[in-house]
Design a protein around this ligand. Structure first.
Ligand SMILES: [Fe+2]
Length: 230
């Protein structure tokens, strides 16, 4: 498997490229509109053909490149069941997306948003904003719910083996990858915390709204097919 982690420094978003060496098929997970040329160049340089664009959820902090990638490459777009209506395919727990011979298995991981899914590929899980490294996605907008997120993380994600690699949708501190075991032991919002304690932490974060939220959410509900406002 070809696996690349790409970073957008403006929104601190990770995009992932998954490529199947046998068939040349590839998927981009959570591509950022402003990085479309970088990502398409890498796909071409590695001799791959983009067949899927997978979204972990409708993002509030950046606009997806999904619609532009679909237009330019013919790739099909994937969202969770409650995700954007523009998707070519809506997936839920247990669904498998085939990227050539690679199997990407879907987990329902709501809580950050009600449409959030995670993608399991071999020894790793792409968690979007459900579980981040030593953190968890905020739950104060887009039908977020800290109680749901606690159950998602402790019952769905922590049920994966301790050695499972965790690749999040964002990082703000320079961290790139963790493991399920590491997060179970060291995530300050979760390690040794009850559901009520987790809820109190999440409700007390006091974060400012994402800068792009007014533009990003409606744009992403259209797979990013909205002209930039600036
Ligand atoms: Fe998010």
């Amino acid at each position: 498997m070809i696996f690349r982690q790409l970073f957008d420094s403006q929104s601190s978003t990770y995009t992932y490229l998954i490529g199947d060496e046998q068939t040349g098929e590839a998927a981009l997970v959570d591509p950022v509109r402003e990085q479309i040329e970088r990502d398409l160049r890498l796909v071409a340089e590695l001799g791959l053909r983009l067949t899927w664009v997978l979204e972990t959820h409708v993002h509030a902090d950046h606009v997806t490149a999904a619609a532009m990638l679909r237009e330019r490459t013919g790739a099909r777009t994937v969202f969770g069941q409650r995700g954007a209506a523009c998707a070519d395919r809506h997936v839920s727990a247990g669904d498998v997306i085939l990227v050539g011979t690679l199997r990407v298995t879907v987990l329902d991981t709501p809580g950050h948003t009600d449409d959030s899914v995670s993608y399991v590929i071999g020894d790793r899980v792409l968690t979007g904003d459900a579980l981040t490294i030593r953190g968890a996605g905020r739950t104060d907008f887009q039908n977020g719910d800290p109680r749901t997120l606690y159950r998602t993380i402790t019952q769905v994600l922590f049920a994966l083996g301790d050695d499972t690699l965790v690749y999040p949708g964002h990082d703000y501190k320079g961290q790139t990858v963790s493991t399920i075991g590491e997060e179970r032991r060291h995530n300050p919002r979760l390690a040794g915390k009850s559901e009520d304690e987790f809820v109190a932490i999440m409700n007390g974060l006091g974060l400012a709204p994402p800068k792009q939220i007014a533009e990003a959410v409606p744009a992403n509900r259209a797979c990013g097919a909205v002209p930039a406002s600036a």
